[in-house]
Design a protein around this ligand. Sequence first.
Ligand SMILES: *[C@@H]1O[C@H](CO)[C@@H](O)[C@H](O)[C@H]1NC(C)=O
Ligand SMILES: *[C@@H]1O[C@H](CO)[C@@H](O)[C@H](O)[C@H]1NC(C)=O
Ligand SMILES: *[C@@H]1O[C@H](CO)[C@@H](O)[C@H](O)[C@H]1NC(C)=O
Ligand SMILES: *[C@@H]1O[C@H](CO)[C@@H](O)[C@H](O)[C@H]1NC(C)=O
Ligand SMILES: *[C@@H]1O[C@H](CO)[C@@H](O)[C@H](O)[C@H]1NC(C)=O
Ligand SMILES: *[C@@H]1O[C@H](CO)[C@@H](O)[C@H](O)[C@H]1NC(C)=O
Ligand SMILES: *[C@@H]1O[C@H](CO)[C@@H](O)[C@H](O)[C@H]1NC(C)=O
Ligand SMILES: *[C@@H]1O[C@H](CO)[C@@H](O)[C@H](O)[C@H]1NC(C)=O
Ligand SMILES: *[C@@H]1O[C@H](CO)[C@@H](O)[C@H](O)[C@H]1NC(C)=O
Ligand SMILES: *[C@@H]1O[C@H](CO)[C@@H](O)[C@H](O)[C@H]1NC(C)=O
Ligand SMILES: *[C@@H]1O[C@H](CO)[C@@H](O)[C@H](O)[C@H]1NC(C)=O
Ligand SMILES: *[C@@H]1O[C@H](CO)[C@@H](O)[C@H](O)[C@H]1NC(C)=O
Length: 814
Amino acid sequence: MVVIKRALAVLVTVSTSAALSQSVSQITPPSITSTSMNVFSSTSSPKASVSTLSKVLSSPESSLSLMSLSTVSTASTAFSSSTCKCQPSYDYIVVGAGPGGLVTADRLSEAGKNVLLLERGGPSTAQTGGTDVPPWAQGTNLTLFDIPGEFPAMFGSSGPTNWFCNDIDSMAGCLVGGGSAIDAGLYWYPADSDFANASGWPKSWTNHTPFTQMLTQRLPSSDTTSPDGLRYLEQVYNITSAVLHPNGFSNISINSNPNMKDLVFGFSDFNFQEGRRWGPVATYLQTASQRRNFRMVTHTMVTALARNGSTIVGVHTNNTALGGNGFIPVGPDARVVLSAGVFGNTRILFQSGIGPSDMIALVQNNAEAAPLLPLVSDFIDLPVGMNVQDNPSVDLVITHPSIDSYDNWADIWQSPRPADVSQYLENQSGVLAMSPPKANFWLAFESGDNITRFVQGTVRPGFNSSKGFLANANFNVSQAFTITLSLSTGAVSKGRVGLTSPTSDISVIANPWLNNADDKQAILIAVAEITRTFPLVPNLSLKTDLTLLKNLVGNPTAILGSNNWVGSCSVGQVVDENTLVKNTTNLFVVDASIIPSLTVGNPLGAIMSAAEQASSKLIAFATFHDNNVFFPIKLAGDFVIVPSGSQFTVQDWSITNGQTDPKNMPFVGQILSMQNIVSDKFSFNEGTFTFHCGRSKSGAVADFWNNNFKSSESTFGHGAGELNFAFKGTLQLQLKSSDQIVATTFQNVGFAQGQSGATNNWWFGQAGGQHRGGDQLQIFGVDGSNNPVSLIFQRGGGGNDVNEITLLQANLST
Ligand SMILES: *[C@@H]1O[C@H](CO)[C@@H](O)[C@H](O)[C@H]1NC(C)=O
Ligand SMILES: *[C@@H]1O[C@H](CO)[C@@H](O)[C@H](O)[C@H]1NC(C)=O
Ligand SMILES: *[C@@H]1O[C@H](CO)[C@@H](O)[C@H](O)[C@H]1NC(C)=O
Ligand SMILES: *[C@@H]1O[C@H](CO)[C@@H](O)[C@H](O)[C@H]1NC(C)=O
Ligand SMILES: *[C@@H]1O[C@H](CO)[C@@H](O)[C@H](O)[C@H]1NC(C)=O
Ligand SMILES: *[C@@H]1O[C@H](CO)[C@@H](O)[C@H](O)[C@H]1NC(C)=O
Ligand SMILES: *[C@@H]1O[C@H](CO)[C@@H](O)[C@H](O)[C@H]1NC(C)=O
Ligand SMILES: *[C@@H]1O[C@H](CO)[C@@H](O)[C@H](O)[C@H]1NC(C)=O
Ligand SMILES: *[C@@H]1O[C@H](CO)[C@@H](O)[C@H](O)[C@H]1NC(C)=O
Ligand SMILES: *[C@@H]1O[C@H](CO)[C@@H](O)[C@H](O)[C@H]1NC(C)=O
Ligand SMILES: *[C@@H]1O[C@H](CO)[C@@H](O)[C@H](O)[C@H]1NC(C)=O
Ligand SMILES: *[C@@H]1O[C@H](CO)[C@@H](O)[C@H](O)[C@H]1NC(C)=O
């Protein structure tokens, strides 16, 4: 005789089994929907999620907004500042809108990640809302940052300088575009040596070509940036040619031959187009800005990162519009990318308890910053700020009657030559459509230690009297031009940046220029090589005093600097090959800071190629988790699940590309045994299946799920949009009542995990199962005697988390 025992959803106290002797709370109707519950269960580990969120939720504003975000469990959390008044949950917070941050934010948002880009400064070019229009261009929207010829005004006394970072003792740009908004625009496609293992890169970085191609497709260089196709102030190129040709140099198109960096010269290459500054702002930022899952907020300075052990749980900013006290929570699967520059990153890291102990000790004495530090036991000792380099450079000031020094760029802010103003305003052509450099060259040679060192030459009309080693100013300045010689690849001199007192600027605290004898010798060899052929060019006259120059090389100071900083968070030392800050789980650095040694030319191209490569690594880099789905061990009528002997046998699976742990691949036939764990939440235990892989949503996994389970065959009663991973297989459950144990088997059961913002919610289904409303599913199987059985489960709701699947009712033949 077969009797179906109907278990009721509403339970009573039981006393049948020792394991079950405690009273079980009544299941409440699912008045809290699974979707709003997402907020409270953001990881598969309830312990971590509850504690992390309690911190996050301590700001009422953020809790409300997180709530309002989790509307539909399958919805992607696309957002835009105009439509979303809530605080969305971000996959990535990128700190700093320089070339590293812009490329990274664009590529991550292109990959579907929700990206918040924070920039401490304000707009730059007109396209970004900038309004610093020079007096001669009033009535247009062409700003200081748009007009290439205004580059010398960046250092002048007359133009605006509010964009200088006010807490860095070096010329650093705190504005949209970072250094790329204020530099001379020199743009070199990286040489292979820029990413060579010998230059300090891990082997996984050395094939930069595809990433450099991605970059140059988005942002090609140009050596004729005036739209009329003409070159202006070309005299210095011709004189350079006259000096270098007899010296054995060949003229080439530099960016067509990135690896040719010895005895070559050519026209300077720029990232300008249409007679205007272009760079990552006119390219990457524009595509990112068109995406609803990208948001940039300016005038927002990151002061520190909130940390629990090795995991960043929030970002402290000075922008209260972004959340209580400017605190932005970082969800359990979210990441922070620092792109605040070689100097800017160091302060953020120090103030987050990451860096050399002497630096963190200074922060501990800063009354404002100290309270944001993590526990002393969580400080991470890394060589942040060490290993920095900047090209040591010397200027040779020269005169020649053919040269037009352009009045040494005087009045370039107030009143450039009227004809050039008209030409630029009318056609965006002419002298003002280019920045001063006109020619570049390279030479390479071995110095005493047998290391090959490279020297870059940059030639421009005009000169800088404080850098030119001039014995006197007794020459015709209208005919002056400059050859700057910069030591690059091969330089071994390194320095350090950091704090000098608890509240100081970030400064150079150990000189990185020419503190090595062979570096000194190299720059002097370059000077001798280049000046060798000067006598062959009639009327060429060197005005630099070589004795003064040699004295400074012997006793180096900051005058030798070029502001081409790299290395404060060098790959291999501070970050690993995935750009992950060592000893952290979700903090990355992507900008010039990670570049381990000087690039052969100005670093902009290498920074952006590195950011392309880093973005690709970030997208591929999975954090492998033990993803746990829980079965509360509580009575459903007369029955309760017994973990021992319960198991799930994998028949098929789908995991988002790149998220499968190569050391722990799921395989068909694999048996997952149900573990019996102490619940952090209930007075009874929970059975657990663990699926080990990374979490990243994709349509491919959803397709797998939808192909295997109809809408009516899951706890939700609808299809999936995007899922992290999905498994299909045979579920075997041991069910126990007061007088028996029943072994049950259910074919074609599915477990999957979806993502809604920061939360990961589980899906439960069975091909042939029946959705019953209220996130409930009835599954059908057999017992050990092949009699039909069915179970009703609820996922989420009624006190459940989104990772709990609770047995409500067991219909067994007994
Ligand atoms: C930090 O994370 C651990 C789990 O790794 C958790 O046990 C602890 O409660 C968390 N602390 C805070 C303050 O969130
Ligand atoms: C700048 O002004 C020009 C001409 O008035 C206009 O076409 C262009 O859209 C403006 N650009 C920006 C970024 O405002
Ligand atoms: C070369 O690459 C290997 C493997 O990535 C790395 O361990 C090593 O430190 C690199 N060499 C240098 C000089 O950085
Ligand atoms: C530079 O040299 C080229 C080629 O010889 C010549 O056409 C051009 O006029 C010269 N430019 C100047 C400014 O002398
Ligand atoms: C090199 O200079 C010569 C002579 O001025 C010119 O004809 C040639 O096009 C130049 N080559 C490149 C690659 O610029
Ligand atoms: C945050 O600090 C930066 C840098 O000092 C400043 O420019 C910005 O205006 C500040 N933002 C707010 C909202 O106070
Ligand atoms: C970083 O982690 C390693 C183990 O992975 C440990 O040996 C080291 O002490 C940690 N360093 C710091 C500064 O926490
Ligand atoms: C602007 O370009 C046009 C067409 O080439 C030319 O006729 C005109 O003279 C230019 N204007 C100025 C001020 O150079
Ligand atoms: C440089 O190379 C030469 C010739 O191979 C050798 O004699 C010398 O010892 C090397 N110097 C150093 C510093 O390695
Ligand atoms: C200085 O150079 C300019 C431009 O070549 C020339 O016109 C002027 O005559 C020179 N002045 C003297 C004093 O030689
Ligand atoms: C060079 O200078 C001499 C006088 O010293 C002068 O006669 C000659 O014309 C100059 N050559 C050029 C190309 O200016
Ligand atoms: C000249 O060089 C000095 C020393 O490098 C620098 O501080 C200054 O800004 C430069 N001036 C100009 C106008 O480029």
